[in-house]
Write a protein that binds this ligand. Structure first.
Ligand code: TMP
Length: 211
């Protein structure tokens, strides 16, 4: 089973991933936790280019091609082999991030994006996508506080530095995707306390595993 976690900055995906992984392993399942960008050795080299706030000159098109390179490599070298080995793959962001951020956020044509994603994904689509949804004001405040705490504001803060309207468009994009592809989307209320968020996410995954 291929499960992706999506959402705006500060939605708490990265906090919940290890907990969800532990719970799944407790059920006796073999789990691979990964992320985009940065889920393969090539991706680890691309991630700093994509997230460094000092990289202000990156055009939307260059940004898009870098995310696509990250995904094409990640799908073929990491995710597909793990699924073939019978693992559950839990991935922090996947193709829907491109639609939400580069499409709805930056304004890249959605049909062109879909065609590029198709090539990068090699026919692979998530079985379940959890959308961690919350107000961008709240998410951004959380993400900026985290970056200040970890000292990663410059190195990983390129998107956190963008204006609130950008993040509002990204959130709307996600909600639109969830509406269009309701069969694989479940919306988690990410404004709640971490324990409540975990319980909701866990219940959605449990239902998908049972189905
Ligand atoms: P994160 O791993 O801390 O969530 O940071 C990844 C950032 O990259 C986040 O701001 C969303 C952005 N992103 C895109 O814009 N497009 C994509 O396709 C992906 C995977 C991520």
């Amino acid at each position: 089973m291929f499960i992706t976690l999506e959402g705006i900055e500060g939605a708490g995906k990265s906090t919940q991933l290890p907990r969800l992984c532990c719970w799944l392993e407790g059920l006796g399942l073999s789990v691979l936790v990964s992320r985009e960008p940065g889920g393969s050795p090539l991706g680890c080299q691309l991630r700093p280019l994509l997230l460094d706030a000092r990289n202000r000159d990156l055009t939307p098109e260059s940004e898009l091609f870098l995310y696509m390179a990250d995904r094409a490599q990640h799908v073929r070298r990491v995710i597909m082999p793990a699924l073939a080995a019978g693992k559950v793959v839990l991935c922090d962001r996947f193709a829907d991030s491109t639609v939400a951020y580069q499409g709805f956020g930056r304004g890249v044509d959605l049909e062109q994006l879909a065609a590029m994603n198709q090539l990068a994904q090699a026919g692979l689509s998530p079985d379940l996508t959890l959308l961690f949804d919350l107000e961008p004001e709240v998410g951004l405040a959380r993400a900026r506080a985290r970056n200040a705490h970890t000292g990663l504001g410059e190195a990983e803060g390129r998107f956190e530095a963008l204006e609130l309207d950008f993040h509002r468009r990204v959130r709307q994009g996600y909600l639109e995707l969830a509406r269009r592809q309701a069969w694989r989307y479940r919306i988690v209320d990410a404004a709640r306390e971490p324990d409540a968020v975990f319980e909701q996410a866990r219940a959605f995954i449990a239902a998908a595993l049972a189905g």
